[in-house]
Design a protein around this ligand. Structure first.
Ligand SMILES: C[S@@+](CC[C@H](N)C(=O)[O-])C[C@H]1O[C@@H](n2cnc3c(N)ncnc32)[C@H](O)[C@@H]1O
Length: 251
């Protein structure tokens, strides 16, 4: 199921999946909110991800493409494209056409859509062949996937042996006083800014702290990545544990 979002005239997502619908509603302001609420730190987290797990541009793995799953408006896919100096093909996939459409426009503006494919796909049933990608990434996306285990097993399946799976997610800082400050900001400040900017579409920014609070962190997610078939799974915390990058290898 490959579609070109640039050709999709959808302005209202009629999906019955509440997550898909929610991202469809916030898509036009997603980038603004992301940068505002994280005080632009989200850009650093994605850049740092490309440094910790760099793209491979030479050898047999260098010929394999990169998959950025739950790509949303494509910022990690575009960061990898810059890191690879346009030498690697990239698939940017998401199940929300409105988010993809914005990503596709950004790719077009940057003049990189000759080697980035914007593909509508569900993370739990990927329309890609087994053992295809040198690197499979998901930034702030896995938390939203209804079935985490299925998402991880699909990411592992489409990764090439010798390749890597990298998951960037919000985490709760482990140390005080940052843990307390972060919890307060997430529960009180962030939903209010979200509500103000989104007006009546406030659900997304109430959903964010809830979804972060409920998602697996640190060792728990590491274990799930191992269960999905990945080896040598490690994690690296960024910005005092506000975001964490999990990396696993496929043998
Ligand atoms: C918080 S956004 C993250 C977007 C982007 N990766 C970033 O770094 O800003 C989460 C994205 O995950 C997508 N998503 C959630 N569940 C999905 C699924 N089952 N399959 C594909 N995409 C999904 C949403 O549509 C949304 O675009």
């Amino acid at each position: 199921m490959t579609s070109s979002p640039a050709d999709t005239a959808t302005s209202v997502n009629k999906s019955t999946d509440p997550t898909q619908r929610m991202f469809g509603e916030i898509a036009p302001r997603y980038d603004l909110l992301n940068h505002l609420l994280s005080m632009n730190t989200d850009k650093y987290w994605r850049w740092r991800t490309t440094k910790i797990v760099p793209p491979i541009t030479e050898g047999p793995l260098g010929e394999a493409p990169i998959l950025d799953l739950c790509t949303g408006t494509g910022d990690l896919a575009l960061a990898y494209d810059r890191a690879a100096k346009q030498k690697v093909k990239i698939t940017a996939a998401d199940f929300c056409p409105e988010m993809l459409e914005i990503g596709c426009k950004k790719g077009k503006k940057a003049g990189v859509n000759d080697h980035i494919d914007w593909v509508e796909a569900d993370a739990t049933a990927l329309p890609f062949e087994t053992d295809t990608y040198q690197l499979v990434t998901a930034a702030f996306g896995l938390r939203n996937v209804a079935d985490t285990e299925k998402g991880l097993s699909e990411m592992t399946r489409v990764c090439k042996p010798g390749g890597k799976v990298a998951v960037l997610e919000f985490t709760t800082p482990r140390r005080q006083p940052l843990r307390g400050i972060y919890g307060w900001y997430f529960r009180n400040v962030l939903p209010k800014i979200g509500q103000t900017i989104m007006r009546n579409n406030s659900a997304a920014y109430e959903y964010l702290p809830e979804s972060v609070g409920q998602f697996y962190e640190y060792e728990e997610l590491t274990e799930r990545m191992e269960k999905a078939g990945l080896s040598n799974v490690i994690y690296k915390s960024m910005t005092f544990g506000v975001a964490t990058l999990y990396i696993g290898e496929k043998n």
